[in-house]
Design a protein around this ligand. Structure first.
Ligand SMILES: N[C@@H](CCC(=O)N[C@@H](CS)C(=O)NCC(=O)O)C(=O)O
Length: 220
């Protein structure tokens, strides 16, 4: 038992969406940096293994000691546990179906591709094919963002006028390669939401530390 969450995450990873949610919820957490995607820091990446045998971040350890993996599920659960912050529509909220639908969509139709995209040699043996795989996955990811753009009717945020953890999730995952420029092209309204979340004053100190906007960050 501890008195706070322990979050395994890494700079520039999907775990940053969970970090942003905990920050907005005012929940203190201990951060364990586990750069799983960086072959040059293999030992540091292994830090997540006790919490996630898939060796992926994010993984969240609750104060009770219970472990939860899977970014979408973690975000939904945190929203339920801290309803006063209003970052997740409750079970009887008319936005609930769309909320669950698009949380699942970002996780399974988009984020799940990065296991292969980050290292195509996991499934091909010819290095020449790796670039082809990456390009095709970039196309598929762009296509999926287009499907989400067509299937939603964003206001200030994706589900209307109030921010939810879905906005944090899309803001972070849309920063991955093929990066924002392509995302803006295929999903301009979602792009406006992401820029609004980028500029949220409550996260002004947070983003530069956890997902820095280095020069050219929004292009492939
Ligand atoms: N389904 C997982 C995917 C997590 C994931 O792919 N995390 C990346 C970092 S952004 C990772 O740890 N990659 C290392 C690997 O897959 O080997 C989730 O939604 O949490």
């Amino acid at each position: 038992m501890t008195d706070r969450y322990i979050l395994y995450s890494a700079v520039g990873s999907g775990g940053v969406a969970v970090e942003a949610a905990l920050t907005l919820m005012g929940q203190p957490y201990e951060l364990v940096e586990a750069p799983t995607y960086d072959p040059h820091q293999a030992a540091a990446g292994d830090a997540v293994l006790p919490a996630n045998p898939l060796r992926q971040v994010p993984a969240l350890v609750f104060p009770s000691g219970e472990v939860m993996t899977e970014s979408a599920a973690i975000l939904v659960r945190l929203g339920e546990l801290h309803p006063e912050v209003g970052l997740a529509p409750a079970a009887d909220d008319p936005r609930r179906s769309a909320f669950l639908r698009w949380m699942g969509f970002v996780s399974s139709a988009i984020y799940a591709h990065y296991w292969l995209k980050d290292d195509p040699m996991r499934l091909v043996s010819d290095p020449a094919q790796a670039a082809v795989v990456e390009q095709r996955l970039n196309d598929r990811i762009a296509e999926c963002w287009g499907v989400m753009e067509a299937g939603t009717a964003p206001g200030r945020y994706i589900l209307g006028e109030a921010m939810t953890v879905l906005d944090l999730y899309v803001t972070v995952v849309s920063r991955f390669r093929p990066r924002r420029q392509r995302f803006y092209d295929v999903a301009p309204r979602l792009g406006e939401v992401a820029r609004r979340v980028d500029a949220d004053p409550r996260l002004a100190a947070f983003w530069p530390q956890r997902y820095p906007f280095d020069a050219g960050w929004d292009r492939l």
